[in-house]
Design a protein around this ligand. Structure first.
Ligand code: FE2
Ligand code: FE2
Length: 361
């Protein structure tokens, strides 16, 4: 079995990443029945558990030259001069590394989600939120497992990229419990959904599409959790306290829009960094990504009540204020439906295999 540490093409700094913490762990003695909506989400979290080992057929192969079988336009430097001049083989290497770099960020980010979900269990004062977050913790472990399994098939892995590490660091260091939700359940989950969706919807490789569809089915519950917890909490804060959260959100939005430029990837491949970063920023791939990112985040921000003057002005300047109108519930329902379609497809394939086996006997 391939280990991730053996396929890193760049070494992470050290074997572990210690993030200092300063927060109170909260017990809750009341064991009350909890909010109906939160307990409903907990029940759903329990019922919808799945096993990455058995739900997915890991014997499916990937193609070395284009593992996810993505359209060429989805490679963000496909119009850069340096790329256009390459041989077929060189282009294949860039494609495989870009996809592996992106998938590595998924795996690394999922570990961040695992740690944040566990932190929520210990830190949040409400018992019902602890129950729900416990189901999310196992979901995130499964996501790490699924992406790790997929990544070993690429035989290339990258460390966590600096902008993602900054975002997770900021989220984890903050001692206020709601900031873990805001950073992870709203911002990073939104980033994840936008990124996973591109692979789910465009990859022709069934294994790669399927893994992302199943992970997204869980993530839509996670976002619902963040909304539920924060919607009750933010109206109770002062405007000044809400302003601080809005500042964080706006800063994180700029970071996600502008700083995911994969410099370490281009550098590792020996490509001109500036040309690649510029080409990536201006690519159709990134334009779609930004659309999808703000569709996932802006309406949630509005919904949880962080919709003061500060953020509205900021989002107007960024040109993303209209995304507030996006229908988040419809998006979440769609994420669930797509995962069910993958299940149905898998069942059909199994039926054909079973029939062929019976016929052969
Ligand atoms: Fe996840
Ligand atoms: Fe999640």
């Amino acid at each position: 079995m391939t280990a991730i540490k053996d396929i890193y093409v760049l070494q992470p700094e050290g074997k572990t990443w210690p993030v200092p913490q300063d927060f109170d762990v909260n017990f809750n003695w009341e064991y009350d029945d909890g909010r109906a909506a939160m307990m409903g989400l907990y029940a759903k979290g329990k019922q919808m558990q799945w096993d990455a080992e058995t739900r997915i057929d890991w014997s499916q192969e990937i193609d070395e030259d284009n593992p996810e079988q993505m359209p060429e336009e989805s490679l963000p430097i496909h119009m850069a001069d340096c790329y256009l001049k390459m041989s077929r083989q060189e282009k294949a290497t860039v494609r495989r590394h870009f996809q592996a770099w992106q998938l590595s960020q998924f795996m690394q980010g999922e570990q961040g989600a695992l740690i944040c979900a566990a932190k929520i269990v210990t830190q949040v004062p409400d018992a019902d939120s602890k129950f729900y977050a416990a189901t999310q913790t196992i979901d995130e472990a499964r996501h790490v497992e699924a992406y790790k399994k997929l990544l070993t098939k690429f035989k290339v892995a990258y460390p966590m990229t600096k902008p993602l590490q900054d975002l997770i660091d900021q989220t984890l260091r903050d001692s206020r419990w709601d900031m873990t939700y805001l950073g992870m359940q709203v911002v990073i989950e939104g980033l994840a959904l936008a990124s996973f969706g591109q692979i789910r919807d465009q990859a022709q490789n069934p294994l790669c599409a399927q893994v992302n569809a199943y992970v997204m089915q869980d993530e839509s519950r996670h976002v619902a959790f963040g909304r539920l917890a924060l919607r009750d909490y933010y109206p109770k804060l002062t405007q000044k306290e809400r302003d601080e959260r809005e500042e964080f959100l706006l800063e994180a939005s700029y970071l996600m829009r502008d700083r995911f430029d994969a410099v370490e990837l281009w550098q590792n491949l020996g490509l001109p960094i500036e040309e690649c970063a510029k080409s990536m920023y201006e690519s159709g791939f990134m334009e779609k990504f930004r659309n999808s990112l703000f569709t996932r985040i802006v309406p949630i921000v509005k919904d949880i009540g962080l919709w003061g003057e500060y953020i509205q002005k900021g989002y107007t300047e960024m040109g993303v204020i209209d995304y507030a109108k996006a229908d988040v519930q419809a998006l979440q329902d769609n994420d669930e439906d797509i995962a069910k379609q993958f299940d149905a497809r898998q069942r059909d394939i199994q039926r054909v295999i079973d029939r062929a086996q019976v016929a052969a006997e």
